[in-house]
Design a protein around this ligand. Sequence first.
Ligand code: ARG
Length: 461
Amino acid sequence: MKEQTLWSGGRLDSEMDREMIQLNNSLWIDQRMAKEDVQGSLAWANAIFEAGVLSRSEYDSIISGLKQISEEFSNDSFQFKSSDEDIHTAVERRLTEIIGPAGGKIHTGRSRNDQVVTDFRLWIKNHISEMKSGIETLQNAFLDRAEQDMGVILPGYTHFQQAQPILLSHWWLSHFWALERDKQRLTEAQSHADISPLGCGALAGSTLPIDRFKLAKDLGFPEPAPNSLDAVSDRDFVCDFLYEMAMIAVHMSRCAEALILYSTTEFGFITLSDRYSTGSSLMPQKKNPDSLELIRGKCGSQIGLLQAMLSTLKGLPSAYDKDLQEDKVLFFQSWDNTLLLMKVLTGVIGTLHVNADRCRQAVDTQAFATDVADYLVKKGVPFREAHHIVGKVVKRAEAKHLKLTELSLADWKEISSLFDNDLFRIFSLESAVNARAVWGGTASEQVLKQLAYAKSKMNTI
Ligand code: ARG
């Protein structure tokens, strides 16, 4: 026998077309909000009881029915039916099965329009800590590396040309701070999600004397949304989250891109663990950094999910339109991607091997050029002029096919008489690194301070 849909026999005579049912069904995605749907319904039952809609015994049976449904979700025994269009209709259908026709009273004064977005906001409230702890786990991986790799020097790049030598720990920490901003932005996004739409009905509010302030408080929201039309159509918080999750992915993708390069034969700065690499079906010698490429690749989808949500919203007039059902599809996809990518990157970083010698040897001595300019500045030469002089030195070294450090003092002196024997003291990677001792710089002492500061940011949100 065919299951009854919510509408059949009422306003609509004929059953929906098969493909229409498929398109219309959102249960496959919104059953993730099952617990929140029950949570919202429990609070709603309370609100309409207080508004005089339910008798004491109706109220009691609705509450016990909802608690049973909650149990069924917890122990995975809830049976969905093919006629369940979404999680809201599934819960109401089951409630009526358990307690009889009084179950139909739960939807008095409520619409799925305010219900769905209440569930969604509750879901975020209930799950945000998973996202934050995923970020912190990844941040910890960067902190551990920074600690472990202290003292390793590698070339620092701008324009992807060698610029100045830096500490690898400084580089690891640069990724930590990007994630720290992500954590803060998530907190901000969370605050935008933290408002109660319940009691707004389909679009214009409820005719029942509902205390929406109390209802909001019962659900843990600081306040009820002040405009019913806006409340049922506002998906800004979804965009905020999609933006933030795209941003997290962008941060991971940038890190992945650098690590892919650093793992090539040409660079050889790092070696990835086999646990995060794959081989080639054709070339026996290959070890590919697929983990990092997949992170970089998925980042494109993450950006697309934000774009898709904004595009869904742009043509919608006020209040609820069914287009909005797409919100959860996009959001949960991005959410799951973000958590998975963070776990993989955490693993990659924790297991890779740093080839400290290769890092060090890769520093081109031209990278001392700024230090030479600073040397002249200390002797009173205006920086612009010092820059010019060192440029000439670099050109001369290149013409002679020599490294900067291989030029004789005579060569140096020919370009500027200010160069002296003490010049050669600056040709040490350690002194170049440690000379950048400003707060936030790459000098060892500063990186240690930075590390301590970074650690103080953990577990604070
Ligand atoms: N499944 C719907 C959604 O996810 C629930 C709201 C349906 N509202 C309606 N008026 N048809 O958006």
